[in-house]
Design a protein around this ligand. Structure first.
Ligand code: NAD
Length: 341
């Protein structure tokens, strides 16, 4: 069993911990928090040993009735690998500690590429990650773009990509962020950072991205246009998507045309926390014009799509499973990933 520590038990960390606990070949040896919170209670109820960044705060946890197993350094010493899910920028500081203890570590998309020196996506570059000490799982938007673009690049070749990201304003529990009543250009300059971020995984892709933020909390919506190298048909493109385990099809027959309806659907499917781990490509939107011009809309659940990627990244860095397809199958089966369409 691979011993996994989750440093930062927040939106991403708590999902990674549950996904690790569901795998047959790994276990959660600890999770960490900085202060007493609802998530700290949940960690206890889930049976994850809770470690804290600053031991001087232990009396606050004691008073709240939350058991503390030790400090973060003690957690790391007991682990084979750490998934760092602390807020963006904190991971870069933690890297020194991981280096000092000689631990493997996975960083998240809030960190720059240079923090790990290697940016990961299971379908695109699993084999290159085998045995590395550090990797970064790219952000939710970049993960969604990489999956789709890589799949079409493998099948038909991609000449260029132009994509617009309509981003959620905050995560559902994040009461301090917005906007409440505005559409915010993010940034007003073009391109947004998503294109260059995608190139940390797929450096050869010609891509320009634009982004804006809207008042919603559940999912981003991408509009993607791509010029393909080889002529193809809509049916051939759909066949590529149908075969891809992390590209989900939002069927026309469901009548779903929004993030809100898709959330209801994932909830009804019994997904934990309504999580949509795969891209949600809207079947009706998939179009191929003049043989080479591809278009689609896809929904990306910001809290969820990076979770299976973190699990595959653990196996890749540990080198325990050499074949990406095998790891992806193991991860998806353990999560109970039921195809959305
Ligand atoms: P979050 O704020 O929900 O959770 C971060 C957790 O880290 C909190 O529980 C906090 O208590 C803990 N923490 C803070 N400082 C710490 C420290 N020094 N040591 C240990 N724990 C500490 O953040 P999040 O949304 O889960 O984001 C984590 C990372 O994942 C970021 O890099 C972010 O960019 C990336 N990410 C977030 C999303 C998203 O939509 N939320 C999607 C993809 C990637």
């Amino acid at each position: 069993m691979i011993k996994v520590a989750v440093n930062g038990y927040g939106t991403i960390g708590k999902r990674v911990a549950d996904a690790v606990a569901a795998q047959p070949d790994m276990e959660v040896i600890g999770v960490s928090k900085t202060s007493v919170s609802a998530e700290a209670y949940v960690a206890g109820k889930r049976g994850y040993p809770l470690y804290i960044a600053d031991l001087s705060k232990k009396p606050e946890f004691d008073k709240a009735g939350i058991k503390v197993a030790g400090d973060v350094e003690a957690m790391l010493k007991a682990a084979d690998i750490v998934v760092d899910a602390t807020p963006g920028g904190v991971g870069a500081k933690n890297r020194t500690l991981y280096e000092k203890l000689g631990k493997k570590a996975i960083f998240q998309g809030g960190e720059g590429h240079e923090v790990a020196g290697f940016s990961f996506n299971a379908h695109a570059n699993y084999r290159e990650a085998l045995g590395k000490q550090f990797a970064r799982v790219v952000s939710c938007n970049t993960t969604g773009l990489v999956r789709l673009i890589h799949a079409l690049d493998q099948a038909f070749g991609v000449d260029r990509v132009r994509a617009v990201m309509v981003r959620r304003g905050a995560d559902p529990g994040d009461v301090k962020r917005g906007p409440v009543d505005a559409i915010v250009l993010n940034p007003a300059t073009i391109p947004s950072h998503h294109g260059p971020d995608l190139q940390t995984v797929l450096p050869h892709i010609n891509i320009v991205t634009l982004a804006m933020i809207v008042p919603t909390t559940f999912m981003h919506m991408h509009t993607i246009q791509m010029d393909l190298k080889r002529e193809t048909t809509r049916d051939e493109v759909m066949a590529v998507f149908e075969k891809h385990s992390r590209i989900g099809i939002v069927r026309k027959a469901t009548g779903i045309k929004s993030n809100a309806q898709l959330r209801e659907y994932t909830q009804d499917l019994g997904r934990p926390r309504t999580d949509l781990w795969e891209n949600g490509v809207f079947e009706e939107s998939v179009s191929v014009l003049d043989g080479k011009e591809f278009y689609c809309f896809q929904a990306i659940h910001q809290e969820a799509d990076v979770i299976p990627e973190n699990i595959d990244c653990i196996r890749a860095l540990m080198g325990t499973v050499k074949d990406p397809e095998e790891s992806i199958r193991m991860t998806d089966r353990a999560l109970g990933l039921v195809a959305i369409g």
